[in-house]
Design a protein around this ligand. Structure first.
Ligand SMILES: Cc1cc2nc3c(=O)[nH]c(=O)nc-3n(C[C@H](O)[C@H](O)[C@H](O)COP(=O)(O)O)c2cc1C
Length: 198
């Protein structure tokens, strides 16, 4: 690791981003993952937009790509177990929503009944950059259930015991292994409209 990369890693570790549970479903499957890469992407209060950066190898990413819909949820500070449910393994192996109470009547996208708040999004743009799939989505529905500060990354990591931390480290390093390859391919073939020319 270069010294700039090492220092960058230390700086990124200082951050304490809010945690989001991103859910989606298509005709055959449903699922969700835990994410920090979710942002407000429009300043215009009349046209709220979400931008989510999901790993291309994740089950949830395929669901969003297939359906064009996603829900992003903030969690209450005491919902670390919910965060864990959505990040401990892939939804290809099990239905992560099996024991989770879901709202009825919210189109086809699974929405968690118990959460701090949620935004339901309709995707209108998608860019693949090898390491991430970025989805821009119009907010079509939103609900806030709590006025507390939502669960953030550091609180969740502090809650995880050593065994859980080891699972997360392994998941991350496997993701990096897969994504490095995708990222290298992307850099080789950036389309003209996206390539930055000095
Ligand atoms: C603190 C934390 C933040 C994460 N942020 C993201 C993220 O922004 N985007 C993403 O695709 N995965 C993120 N992950 C990883 C996924 O939550 C994890 O790999 C998940 O099990 C993928 O599930 P799936 O294959 O069922 O979609 C994060 C994990 C943790 C622990």
């Amino acid at each position: 690791m270069t010294s700039a990369a090492g220092k960058a890693e230390q700086i990124f570790r200082i951050l304490n981003r809010e945690l989001w549970v991103v859910t989606s479903s298509d005709r055959d499957s449903r699922g969700g993952l835990l994410a920090t890469w979710v942002s407000q992407a429009s300043l215009d209060p009349e046209r709220p937009v979400i931008l989510a950066g999901l790993a291309p190898n994740h089950h949830t990413t395929a669901l969003v790509r297939n359906s064009g819909r996603l829900a992003v949820h903030l969690l209450e500070p005491d919902q670390c177990n919910v965060a864990w449910n959505f990040c401990r393994d892939s939804g290809r192996a099990r239905d992560k929503l099996e024991n989770v109470e879901l709202e009825g009547g919210v189109a086809d996208t699974p929405v968690l009944t118990k959460c701090h708040s949620y935004l339901l999004g309709q995707v209108f743009a998608c860019v693949e950059t090898g390491e991430r799939t970025y989805f821009w989505a119009d907010v079509v529905q939103a609900e806030q259930h709590s006025r507390l500060a939502p669960l953030a990354e550091q609180q969740f990591i502090d809650w995880c015991d050593e065994e859980k931390k080891a699972v997360l480290r392994l998941d991350k390093s496997e993701d990096i292994g897969v994504q490095r390859e995708f990222e290298a391919e992307f850099r080789q073939s950036i389309p003209d409209w996206l390539r930055f020319e000095e």
